[in-house]
Design a protein. Structure first.
Length: 479
C-alpha cells in the first residue's frame, strides 16, 4: 500500500511517500520538493558483526539522468562518488549516527539516490530528511526522527531552503539538522555575520525542523514497522569492580601525562600488563577487559575536566596550546606557511594560476568553474601510523571543504585579483583540530603569496563536557 504525507516548507510542498519503490528494503522513502526527487533506502543485516563500533555506511548518489544528462567519459555511466556526493554522504551520516542504539553492531546501509533534479540545490537536504524517514518507518531501532533545512538570508530576511539564485545573494548559507528537542548539527558559511544573526538563523531553522519531524511522525503512524529489539550487553559487574579497583589509580595518573605519545604508551602498558596477569585465553573476557578499561579512561578524563577544570595535557578549559607561525618556509612556492599549535601542525602552500587552471565542475545544477580550491591531506605519519596512500578519503575531502568555506568569504573577487588560487594543507602532526590549523595556515600562506585577502581568518574547535546536570566549561581545540 502506498502512503503519502505532505506539508509546506518555504513556499513549496514537501512530500514523503513510501510503499511504491524499493519495497524489499527495510525502509524506503521517496522525498519530493519542487521537481527534485530523492529515493532513500535503509537496510540492516540480521546478524551482528563482531565489532565494537557502529558499522553504518551512507552513500549519496547523483544520477546524471536526474538533470537530463549523459555522464561524460569513455564508459558513459556513473563512476566513483564525486566531491559533492562525498560531502553530502557525510552530511547525512553525521547527525544520524548518534541516534542508533549504543550496541547496534548490525551492518547498516543507507543509500540516497537523486532521481530528479530541478537544479534548486536542495537534494542534499532531501537526502537527510528521507534518510531519517526511511530508518524511522523501518524496523531498525533509531532515536529519531530528525529534520533538516538550509537557511539563507537575503536583505536581512531569513529564507527556508533558498534557491541557488537566492544563495548567491545571501549573506549566510547554513544547514540546520535536529530532533524535535535539540539541534544535532549545524554546517555554515557566512559573510562576517554577528553571533546574534547566526543564532536567529539556527532558531529559525529549528522551527522548520520541528515541522518536518511532525511530517515523518505522521508517515510512521501510517506505515511504520515494529522495531527490532536493540541488543542489551550483559555487564559483568564483578569483573568491572575488579578492573576498576585494580587500575583506576594508574589510569588516572596516566591520563595526566601531557605528551600524547607518552600518555598512550603508558595506557597501553597498563592494559597489556593487566591482560598478561589474567593468564586467560578467554577471548570474550579479554575483550570485556579492554572495554571496561576504555570506559574507565573515558570516565577519568571527563571527571578531571568536570571537577578540576583540567584536561589531559594539564591545560585549563580555556587555555590554547602554544602557537608558532612561520611564513615563507618554502623558497620556490608562491606562498607558504607552517602553523603549529601544540602537537598539531599544518604546512599550507598557495599556488597562483591563470583562468586556464580553474576547476571545471559538471554537476546536476549545471556546469560551473571554481577559481579557489583548498585541498587537505592527512598522511599516516602525522599520527605515527602506517597505511597505504590511496588518494584522499572522505574525511580529507570533508575537512578540506570545511576550511575552504572558512576562507572563501575573504578571497578577493576576480575584478580585483584575476588569478586561480589553490591551497594545499599537508598535516604533518595531528593531535586535534587539524582542520582549524589548516584555516590558520591557509591565511598565513595567502598573505605570504601577496593575495589581498579582505581580513585574516583564524579557526578554533570547541567541545562541551556534560554529565547529567553537571556541565564543564567549553574547551578549545580538543585534547
Amino acid at each position: 500500500m502506498i502512503h503519502r504525507v505532505e506539508t509546506e516548507i518555504g513556499g513549496k510542498a514537501l512530500i514523503l511517500e513510501t510503499g511504491r519503490m524499493a519495497k524489499q528494503s527495510d525502509g524506503a522513502v521517496l522525498a519530493q520538493y519542487g521537481e527534485t526527487v530523492v529515493l532513500v533506502t535503509a537496510v540492516a543485516s540480521k546478524v551482528a558483526k563482531d565489532v565494537n563500533f557502529l558499522p553504518l555506511t551512507v552513500d549519496y548518489v547523483e544520477k546524471a539522468f536526474a538533470a537530463g544528462k549523459i555522464p561524460g567519459g569513455f564508459f558513459k555511466r556513473e563512476g566513483r562518488l564525486g566531491e559533492k556526493e562525498i560531502l553530502t554522504s557525510r552530511l547525512i551520516d553525521r547527525p544520524m549516527r548518534p541516534l542508533f542504539p549504543e550496541n547496534w553492531h548490525f551492518e547498516t546501509q543507507i543509500i540516497a539516490s537523486v532521481l530528479s533534479s530541478d537544479q534548486g540545490g536542495v537534494s542534499d537536504i532531501l537526502g537527510i530528511i528521507a534518510a531519517s524517514a526511511a530508518v524511522t518507518i523501518s524496523d531498525i531501532p533509531f532515536g529519531g526522527p530528525l529534520g533538516a533545512v538550509r537557511v539563507g538570508r537575503v536583505n536581512e530576511q531569513l529564507i527556508a531552503n533558498p534557491s541557488l539564485e537566492e544563495i548567491e545573494k545571501s549573506d549566510i548559507n547554513i544547514v540546520v539538522v535536529g530532533t524535535a528537542d535539540a539541534v544535532m548539527m549545524v554546517e555554515s558559511e557566512s559573510k562576517e555575520l554577528s553571533e546574534a544573526a547566526i543564532l536567529d538563523a539556527i532558531q529559525f531553522g529549528h522551527d522548520v525542523v520541528r515541522k518536518i519531524i511532525s511530517l515523518q511522525n505522521e508517515l510512521q503512524g501510517k506505515a511504520g514497522k515494529d522495531k527490532r529489539e536493540a541488543p542489551v550487553v550483559e555487564r559483568d559487574e564483578a569483573l568491572i569492580a575488579e578492573i576498576d579497583a585494580a587500575l583506576t589509580d594508574a589510569i588516572r595518573e596516566a591520563v595526566c601525562i601531557p605528551n600524547k605519545t607518552a600518555r598512550q604508551e603508558q595506557l597501553d602498558h597498563i592494559l597489556d600488563k593487566k591482560i598478561s596477569e589474567m593468564d586467560s585465553e578467554d577471548e570474550e573476557k579479554i575483550k570485556a577487559v579492554k572495554t571496561i578499561f576504555h570506559d574507565i579512561e573515558r570516565r577519568e578524563v571527563r571527571q578531571m575536566i568536570l571537577i578540576k577544570g583540567i584536561r589531559t595535557d594539564g591545560r585549563g578549559t580555556t587555555d590554547i596550546r602554544t602557537i608558532t607561525c612561520e611564513a615563507g618556509v618554502l623558497p620556490r612556492t608562491h606562498g607558504s606557511a607552517l602553523f603549529t599549535r601544540g602537537e598539531t601542525q599544518s604546512l599550507a602552500v598557495v599556488t597562483l594560476g591563470t583562468a586556464d587552471d580553474e576547476q571545471r565542475i559538471d554537476s546536476l545544477e549545471g556546469e560551473s568553474k571554481k577559481s579557489f580550491m583548498l585541498h587537505y591531506n592527512f598522511p599516516p605519519f602525522s599520527v605515527g601510523e602506517t597505511r597505504p596512500l590511496r588518494g584522499p578519503g572522505r574525511r580529507e575531502i570533508g575537512h578540506g571543504a570545511l576550511a575552504e568555506r572558512a576562507l572563501k568569504p575573504v578571497i578577493p573577487g576576480k575584478e580585483d585579483f584575476p588569478y586561480t588560487l589553490r591551497i594545499v594543507s599537508d598535516i604533518l602532526e595531528s593531535n586535534g583540530s587539524s582542520s582549524m590549523a589548516t584555516v590558520c595556515g591557509g591565511t598565513l600562506a595567502l598573505m605570504d603569496a601577496g593575495v589581498p585577502i579582505k581580513k585574516p581568518v583564524a579557526g578554533i574547535a570547541m567541545g562541551l563536557i556534560k554529565e547529567g546536570d553537571q556541565v564543564g566549561d567549553s574547551f578549545a581545540n580538543g585534547y
